[in-house]
Design a binder for this molecule. Structure first.
Ligand code: ADP
Ligand code: MG
Length: 425
């Protein structure tokens, strides 16, 4: 294959290791700096130049986009996507995972354990937020921090308020407040996920009084045999964010794993040294397996024709769908295809005609909007004030917007009332 690694640091450990593995596995590989591309947005013929020269046809791109160049870097990845080139990480998944608020919002919909998190836009939101998390100490995070920079431990409500005010001053940054997981102080788990399985895992432990276990903050790394619950959570978190390769960070909470971060360009140095596992080789092997499956934007492709849409909804006890097989329902004749069924923790992809639909199933369908409307009542899937959140309280874009414009948005494992004080600005 012809492979390009998008990276600004050809000498960085991770970039070097991936390049070596490509070569060892017989591929032609180049490391190209994403900032040296120009993107040519020609109708029907998207193209790009590297240092003003056209590129030879490519089979795969491995993005290693640093946080400081997310915007342009992902634009380059997107351009490759438009050209139909396989990108190991999609531009959309890179953007989604880099923004801590956005990834948090996505993950909680799928019952991934996370520390309780509140996003505030005004200092007067800080006090109720801290109260809802059981009081100080709390963690304050910049939405786009990395390597432990932008993660602050505030011991008291006053300090927290002052920090938020400072950070949100003129031209300031949005922050999220997070419950401090004391039992995990200074430690976390990094699970390296490739293609739906954890290939390596380590525990990072901070030095001395430090509460952040990042390797860049001097943390120590040890290999760890992952508890199945942690492995499952890591794989799910990567899948939900649409990442084939991900470094999933989890705190060890009293009741199990709490995801703090999902990294789209996880470093290899710590994990390879801690575990002795050839992670770079596993990445390249995965590129070989997946290369034919370049990402396509499903919604964009499937809804080009008016009158067709995608809908996800729950099957209620009294629904016409309940207890019938897909064959009996003849949905195909009514111009609807069930693409997948979510049943509890299980996903049933591409269900066949003999598959029986049960109350509580969540169906992901494509087809005629008329039939899709008739299949499930309007109220289905809307947010209510009751908690805990369950899958039937998902996918309500309007309430999502309202949440963001409210004084505080509550996210995390067991969000308190998410709709209570929405009447503010
Ligand atoms: P970064 O992107 O900067 O790595 P993280 O969210 O991963 O930010 O946080 C950095 C480190 O701080 C984590 O590895 C963990 O050790 C610690 N940490 C983060 N959030 C919490 C929390 N809610 N409670 C306790 N420790 C935390
Ligand atoms: Mg981290």
């Amino acid at each position: 294959m012809k492979i390009v690694i998008l990276s600004r640091g050809p000498d960085l450990y991770s970039t070097r290791r991936i390049r070596e593995s490509c070569q060892q596995r017989g591929h032609a590989v180049r490391v190209l700096n994403p900032l040296h591309f120009s993107l040519h947005l020609e109708e029907g013929r998207p193209n790009l130049l590297y240092r003003s020269k056209p590129l030879e046809p490519l089979d795969a791109v491995i993005p290693r986009i640093g946080a400081s160049v997310t915007a342009y870097g992902t634009a380059v990845v997107r351009q490759f996507e438009q050209m139909g080139v396989f990108c190991l990480a999609s531009s959309q998944a890179i953007v989604a995972s880099r923004d801590k608020l956005r990834s948090c919002q996505t993950l909680i919909r799928h019952r991934i354990g996370m520390p309780k998190t509140v996003v505030v836009r005004r200092p007067d939101g800080v006090l109720p937020a801290i109260e809802s998390m059981g009081g100080p100490p709390i963690i304050i995070k910049l939405l786009e921090g990395a390597q432990g920079i932008g993660v602050i431990l505030a011991d008291s409500t006053n300090v927290a308020q002052a920090i938020v005010e400072t950070l949100q001053g003129p031209g300031g940054k949005d922050v999220l407040l997070q419950e401090f997981i004391a039992e995990s102080r200074g430690r976390d788990i990094r699970a390296f996920v490739i293609g739906g399985r954890v290939v390596a895992a380590m525990r990072r432990s901070a030095r001395g009084d430090e509460y952040r276990s990042n390797v860049h903050r001097g943390g120590r790394v040890d290999r760890v045999d992952l508890d199945p619950e942690y492995a499952r959570t890591a794989v799910q978190a990567a899948q939900i964010l649409g990442l084939r390769v991900a470094g999933v960070d989890m705190l060890e909470g009293r009741d199990g794993p709490l995801v703090t971060e999902v990294n789209a360009s996880p470093g290899l140095e710590g994990i390879e040294h801690a575990t002795g596992i050839d992670v770079a080789d596993a990445i390249v092997q995965h590129v070989e397996e997946e290369e034919l499956f370049a990402d396509v934007d499903i919604r964009q492709r499937l809804t080009l024709k008016h009158g067709y849409g995608i809908r996800e909804f729950n099957v209620e006890e009294g629904s016409e769908l309940s207890y019938k097989t897909l064959g009996e329902l003849r949905l195909r004749d009514r111009d609807v295809v069930v693409l997948s069924i979510m049943r509890g923790d299980q996903t049933i992809p591409n269900p066949k005609g003999d598959r029986r639909i049960l109350p509580g199933d969540r169906l992901f369908c494509f087809g005629s909007t008329g039939t899709l409307k008739a299949l499930a009542p309007r109220s289905n899937g809307k947010h209510t004030q009751s908690d805990p959140p369950s899958p039937e309280h998902e996918e309500d874009e309007r309430s999502g917007e309202q949440r963001l414009s409210a004084p505080a948005a509550h996210l995390g494992q067991k969000p308190r009332r998410t709709t209570g004080d929405r009447t503010g600005t």
